[in-house]
Design a binder for this molecule. Structure first.
Ligand code: PMP
Length: 398
């Protein structure tokens, strides 16, 4: 059987309404159209400097680098393409550790992060601890935000890095990144942010906001999977981290390996779209999210919103429905693609560290859903999803 057809069929059957844009976004058909020639006639290797196939590919990569830089407020030379945000996050941490150790092997290192980071920061920081780095995982407040004064109190003479998630991928809370970056700068500490859920959703300006290192990903902004970038500040201060991968010297020797040209072209196109539409899209989705939250409250009187009520991602609602365990509810929502609030790894449910971090009990966390909307979500779809949710909840209680 045609694999693609069967996959398309099962997607349509299983999830008529897709409400999991925090997990990933559909590829914009226009972005796909722009990527396509780079799988076909423009197949060249951007490192081939001796012929037109190579030049075409190299030009496309440079254009994409400028598009990305234009969107996140940096210079093109400060963008290094990666396979996504997981890679960029890991690289920022380990690239800095090895660089600092190379420069001053005796210097003790202290890093500060929060206890509600994405697993690619949490686990990388735990690995850093095993390498002898002292790491503080600071608690957030009950709205899921890190407090600047709290961070200020945690700074030690040997603190060298702060890393905070910009927009939380589970609960949508927005951290005060410019204020945190300012504090880091005053204290001469490198500042990294995981901006995967911020880029394309809220205004981001790496240079003006004082960010030193910033990770983000293509597949959260209607681009392809397997591509992302790390922004590395080039001045005031010039940030130096060690290469991620050694080899042919691509990406200024920082990340060797032949570039994924079609995906990079796609990431660039998404960023160009973002420059033009971020503001209107943000306003439209915020309004849609609020209207849906009001309807949810009207329908389920005991529903609770997790995360900050207003300083939150325009696309995210994270809600607890007391008494409705999501592992029982979600199988009843066959036509709606939403996510549980808990991290589900290899089929086993464990309490989400983010929900724990904002003080939910295990029972509350088990009754939590993440609903996330996006570019193609319609009022009609939200109406359908609400009806499906009502039926599923009623089914649980009978
Ligand atoms: N950080 C955050 C906040 C995310 O939401 C994600 C994706 N779930 C990642 C990092 C990892 O991104 P990628 O899938 O590109 O590795």
């Amino acid at each position: 059987m045609d694999l693609q057809l069967s996959a398309e069929k099962s997607i349509k059957a299983a999830a008529a309404v897709y409400l999991d844009y925090n997990a990933t976004t559909p590829l914009d058909p226009e972005v796909y159209r722009l990527m396509e020639p780079y799988f076909k006639e423009y197949f060249g290797n951007p490192s081939s400097a001796s012929h037109q196939w190579g030049w075409n590919a190299e030009n496309a990569v440079q254009k994409a680098r400028m598009q990305v830089a234009g969107f996140i407020g940096s210079k093109a030379s400060e963008i290094t393409f990666t396979s996504g945000a997981t890679e960029a996050n890991n690289w920022a941490i380990f690239g800095l550790i090895t660089k600092l150790r190379e420069t001053n092997p005796q210097e003790p290192l202290h890093f500060i992060t929060s206890n509600v980071e994405h697993s690619s920061i949490m686990k990388a920081m735990m690995a850093a601890q095993k390498m002898g780095v002292e790491v503080d995982f600071l608690p957030v407040n009950s709205l899921g935000q890190i407090e600047v004064e709290h961070v200020a109190r945690a700074i030690k003479p040997h603190t060298r890095l702060m890393s905070f998630i910009w927009v939380n991928n589970e609960i949508g809370s927005i951290n005060p990144i410019p204020e945190l970056a300012k504090l880091a700068k005053e204290k001469n500490i490198y500042f990294h942010t995981d901006a995967t859920q911020a880029v394309g959703k809220i205004p981001v300006h790496a240079t003006n906001m004082g960010i030193d290192l910033m990770s983000f990903s293509g597949h959260k902004i209607y681009g392809p999977k397997g591509v992302g970038a790390l922004y590395i500040r080039s001045a005031n201060p010039k940030v130096e981290i060690n290469p991620l991968i050694y080899g042919g010297g691509q990406e200024k020797g920082l990340r060797s390996g032949t570039l994924n040209v079609p995906a990079i072209v796609g990431l660039g196109a998404c960023c160009e779209y973002g420059v033009k539409h971020l503001e209107t899209e943000n306003a439209r989705l915020t309004e849609m999210r609020e209207a849906f939250w009001n309807r949810l409250q009207f329908t389920f009187s005991d529903i609770r919103l997790n995360g900050h009520p207003s300083e939150r991602s325009p696309i995210n609602l994270n809600v607890t429905l007391p008494g409705c365990r999501s592992e029982e509810l979600i199988p009843r929502l066959k036509k709606v693609g939403i996510s549980t609030g808990s991290a589900c790894s290899s089929g086993s449910m464990s309490m989400s560290h983010v929900l724990k971090g904002i003080g939910l009990t295990p029972e509350q966390a088990a009754c939590t859903l993440r609903i996330s909307i996006g570019r193609w979500t319609t009022e009609e779809e939200l109406h359908q999803a609400l009806e499906a949710l009502k039926t599923a909840v009623a089914g649980l209680n009978t």
